[in-house]
Ligand binder design. Structure first.
Ligand code: C5P
Length: 239
């Protein structure tokens, strides 16, 4: 089914699909990177875990009426998705202060942000994905302010769905990053992945960190934590 390798990112490889112009295959890799690639480690089994977790998240969002690129899970490490042109924006939604927000603005980790904050970052490794405002985003992507406003609204409704989704598994959704892409007909849909690599998740009762911060901050074994997330989702959330 796999055609040629189109692109290799830090966490996934993207292949064309033989005979299917409008579909792609995403293969999740075992590597983890942090701090714009400065920190790197291989975790056997991570690709499988993120593929299965992200598949479940996208299936749930699909059930809630969110338009996404996800079509189906093909294997332990692969998904079939619609071919999109990725918009070079990282859309971050924050329910609780942590990470770069706490470092940059001095807001104590754990402070509740109500309403959630939505931020745009320019997806450009060479510039280390800088924080940008809406006017920069319109200039850099060519999107209209109306489309950017639509993306922000989608991010807020995805946030509401994801909060309930993770709450079922006794996890608090602290923050997360989304990417959007354009389908061949020009419509904008949710793309990329949603996994513990791209979300901060804290245990509801203990506030234990259960996401990529365990690798960033050398707290615990990443694979054990991601395995625990998948187990909770499989036991508690039915899609
Ligand atoms: O590092 P920062 O606090 O800005 O990250 C906010 C959220 O976005 C975190 O959940 C992080 O995992 C995610 N993120 C990501 N990819 C990036 C930057 C941030 O998935 N390049």
């Amino acid at each position: 089914m796999r055609g040629s390798l189109l692109y290799e990112g830090k966490a996934k490889k993207v292949y064309t699909m033989l005979g299917e112009e409008f579909q792609l295959i995403l293969e999740y890799k075992d590597e983890a990177t942090a701090f714009n690639g400065e920190k790197y480690k291989m975790f056997r089994g991570k690709g499988r875990l993120n593929n299965l977790i992200s598949s479940k998240v996208f299936q749930y969002l699909h059930m809630k009426g969110i338009q996404t690129h996800f079509i189906e899970t093909l294997s332990e490490t692969e998904q079939m998705v619609s071919h999109t042109r990725i918009i070079p924006l990282e859309v971050v939604v924050r329910n609780v202060a942590a990470g770069s927000l706490s470092r940059r603005l001095g807001i104590e980790e754990g402070t509740i942000l109500e309403p959630a904050l939505v931020e745009f970052y320019y997806k450009e490794d060479k510039l280390q994905d800088p924080l940008i405002n809406d006017e920069h985003a319109a200039y850099l992507t060519g999107l209209s302010q109306e489309d950017l406003e639509g993306i922000k609204q989608d991010a807020r409704s995805i946030n509401a769905h994801l909060k309930s989704f993770f709450d079922e598994a006794d996890l608090k959704l602290i923050d997360f990053k989304l990417e959007f892409g354009k389908l061949h007909d020009g419509s904008i849909v949710l793309a990329d992945e949603i996994s513990p690599d791209t979300c901060r998740l804290w245990d509801k009762k203990t506030n234990r960190k259960m996401d990529k911060d365990v690798f960033r901050e050398d707290i615990e074994d990443l694979v054990e934590i991601y395995e625990a997330i998948l187990k909770r989702l499989e036991a508690k959330v039915h899609v």
